[in-house]
Design a protein around this ligand. Structure first.
Ligand code: ZN
Length: 331
């Protein structure tokens, strides 16, 4: 199962029980050999599977039967499961549901909302919201600080509704900041060769803010920066190997291979999805949505199953606290 292409019917057929889901998740994370190292002490080798007395399930402290597969480390003697120290840690949702939802997210170009997950998988809205944020956490691609060289297209956009279009009685009017705009600026870098996307919520679009955002990903000395004619980029230009621009103000969008077309494509997909699926995203959570879009954009040539495998490979060490979601339409 783990080597083939997944689909919802295949997964649903394969994952008949919670035990099946544990076995598949173990296979996706560890392969058929089981865990190589202990998630508690890090020691390699001597990791033992604890066979349940009745062969299939064990009693939990509350007396219920659990199909959780438990392993034990021969070094620190501690027990753990495939969920320990991952985005699944402490979850009350079945692993079967988790795997189906992860596949759904990895195969949805326009993303999928917590409302949808809640209805389709018969879980509460709050649970769906928590799951999606944990999945986005695993989609986060840690920037290899200053490692990349080559051509990168950088552009910024503003995310958020048009306050002038809001009705006077719209509750959002109450907490709205004063000023010409309360849209949230976002900067996005797309590496020309690899098509890897790195997007950040930024406070503003000054050179002082944008330069560190670029440096998080790129080695400035080896960077060919492709941008529009924005003032900030002129300030950054002396710090990079080369800076080439297209002048949107005179209707120029490409000049040879210089453009910000990749960013334009990225932003339009992002906005379509935010408008169509999520409707409204608070500033606080926007970065997590950007992580998801960076992941989907970067792995757009991969199959749904390959994306799912990549994501499962990233679940370790990314625990999130189970905090209550903020009370707003943020699904
Ligand atoms: Zn150990």
């Amino acid at each position: 199962m783990s080597k083939q292409e997944f689909s919802i019917p295949k997964l649903a057929l394969e994952l008949k029980s919670e035990l099946d889901a544990y076995v598949l998740l173990e296979d996706l994370r560890w392969g058929t050999e089981g865990p190589e190292a202990c998630p508690k002490c890090g020691a390699v080798g001597r990791q033992y599977f604890l066979n349940p007395a009745n062969g299939a399930s064990r009693k939990t402290r509350t007396g219920n039967a659990s199909e959780r597969r438990v392993w034990k480390c021969g070094h620190c003697r501690k027990q753990y499961s495939v969920l320990t120290d991952t985005i699944f840690h402490g979850t009350k949702i079945s692993i079967r549901t988790w795997l189906l939802v992860i596949f759904e997210v990895c195969s949805s170009k326009n993303s999928v909302s917590a409302w949808e997950i809640s209805r389709k998988y018969e879980i509460t809205n709050e649970s769906a919201w928590h799951m999606l944020h944990r999945i986005r956490e695993a989609m986060k691609m840690e920037p290899l600080a200053g490692l990349l060289g080559g051509a990168v297209q950088v552009d910024e956009t503003w995310i958020g509704g048009e306050p002038k279009n809001w009705h006077k009685s719209d509750p959002r009017q109450a907490g709205r900041k004063q000023g010409p705009t309360d849209k949230q600026p976002v900067v996005s870098l797309v590496h020309y060769e690899t098509r890897a996307a790195h997007s950040r919520v930024v406070a503003d679009v000054t050179a002082k803010t944008l330069m560190p955002a670029i440096e998080e990903v790129m080695d400035l000395k080896r960077t060919h920066l492709h941008t529009d004619g924005g003032a900030a980029y002129k300030t950054i230009a002396p710090h990079v190997a080369a800076h080439e621009t297209v002048d949107h103000s005179v209707g120029q969008y490409t000049d040879g291979n210089v453009s910000t077309n990749l960013n334009e494509g990225y932003f339009s997909q992002l906005k379509r999805s935010l408008d169509g699926t999520h409707h409204h995203v608070s500033t606080e959570h926007l970065q997590r949505y950007l992580n998801q879009f960076d992941f989907m954009y970067t792995h757009c040539k991969a199959t749904d199953s390959q994306r799912m495998r990549t994501l499962i490979g990233n679940v370790e060490g990314r625990r999130l606290q189970y905090k209550a979601p903020v009370a707003e339409v943020d699904f």
